[in-house]
Design a protein around this ligand. Sequence first.
Ligand SMILES: NC(=O)c1ccc[n+]([C@@H]2O[C@H](COP(=O)([O-])OP(=O)(O)OC[C@H]3O[C@@H](n4cnc5c(N)ncnc54)[C@H](OP(=O)(O)O)[C@@H]3O)[C@@H](O)[C@H]2O)c1
Ligand SMILES: *[C@@H]1O[C@H](CO)[C@@H](O)[C@H](O)[C@H]1NC(C)=O
Ligand SMILES: *[C@@H]1O[C@H](CO)[C@@H](O)[C@H](O)[C@H]1NC(C)=O
Ligand SMILES: *[C@@H]1O[C@H](CO)[C@@H](O)[C@H](O)[C@H]1NC(C)=O
Length: 295
Amino acid sequence: MIWTDFLYHPFWALLSALLAFVVRRQRRGAWDPRVCSVQLKGKTAIVTGANTGIGKFIALDFARRGARVIIACRNLSSLDSVKEFAERILEEEKALHILVNNAGVSGLPRQITKDGFEVSFATNHLGPFLLTMLLLDLMKRSAPARIVTLSSVNHWRGRVDFSHFHGDNITYFMDNVYNHTKLHNVICTNELARRLQGTGVTANSVHPGVVMTEVMRHYPLIIRCLFNIIGFFFFKSAEEGAVSSIYCAVAEETEGITGKYFDSDCSLALPAPLARDAALAVKDFEICERLTSKL
Ligand SMILES: NC(=O)c1ccc[n+]([C@@H]2O[C@H](COP(=O)([O-])OP(=O)(O)OC[C@H]3O[C@@H](n4cnc5c(N)ncnc54)[C@H](OP(=O)(O)O)[C@@H]3O)[C@@H](O)[C@H]2O)c1
Ligand SMILES: *[C@@H]1O[C@H](CO)[C@@H](O)[C@H](O)[C@H]1NC(C)=O
Ligand SMILES: *[C@@H]1O[C@H](CO)[C@@H](O)[C@H](O)[C@H]1NC(C)=O
Ligand SMILES: *[C@@H]1O[C@H](CO)[C@@H](O)[C@H](O)[C@H]1NC(C)=O
């Protein structure tokens, strides 16, 4: 028997299939939203970017629990549009118990919005930041209430440079911009939580996992194909990717928890050192407040 016979033995195909099966099963987290009996009747929730991907499954879960779910689609890169939406909510809604900042983009080419911001920073951070600030009083009046912001494990590779907001000093390489925006998500969520102490409104950030969604839509076809092929075995489905956010937004176990970062398996995790720097957080938050308030 030559060595290639050994290599081509059907045993390997069987073993691979078994491995794939095991890996797929392992992807399921410890917490199962279908077993969680929390009801949201009489509660109102907003989920941004819920027309597709992870957000869609977050919104569906809330709706199944009886919540009134408002899905906020387009256009978080424009502060006027965010403001318009928030004004309508304040006019029409008596209460707001859950806000999930889910919408986000990766791989957008450089562009400066009419507000003067780099488009990925506007979409992933400044838009949701402003939305949250505008809805804050309503949420305080509706307490207990929860704010959940989808960040990413990529925030570990982000850096803070306030000139980035205006598109300066950025290189568009290896998800660089995305990484920076996701770091700002965690930093400002932590500072928001600190400011909200005692109000009954909590704010946390989550990593949903590596999830098969349209998140790669701005990347070249070949990268998207690779993502989908590898993802079929190893990545979460959009439904699975929604679990850590749902956990954070509705579970009894997370009641009262604030200023924390949840991993994709619903466990509490330590965010990157920059996201734990309290002085940096105050500065970042104030800068974002200033940038988004001059409308
Ligand atoms: N997938 C992953 O592996 C992964 C990993 C870590 C973190 N995340 C985070 O999870 C969140 C959801 O991502 P996903 O994977 O579900 O991606 P997705 O399938 O691409 O969905 C993104 C959502 O954001 C919306 N969106 C994009 N730009 C917007 C804008 N300017 N204004 C309003 N909405 C906008 C999209 O709306 P349109 O359909 O109208 O474009 C879509 O509803 C994002 O914050 C992402 O950073 C994802
Ligand atoms: C969203 O806003 C950005 C920035 O103002 C703009 O470039 C883009 O065309 C808008 N997209 C949609 C779908 O309105
Ligand atoms: C962005 O984060 C991803 C995931 O952690 C990493 O692979 C990539 O190298 C980072 N980009 C940069 C420029 O550091
Ligand atoms: C870019 O970064 C350098 C070094 O950190 C800094 O001196 C410079 O002011 C930045 N550029 C802008 C436009 O902020």
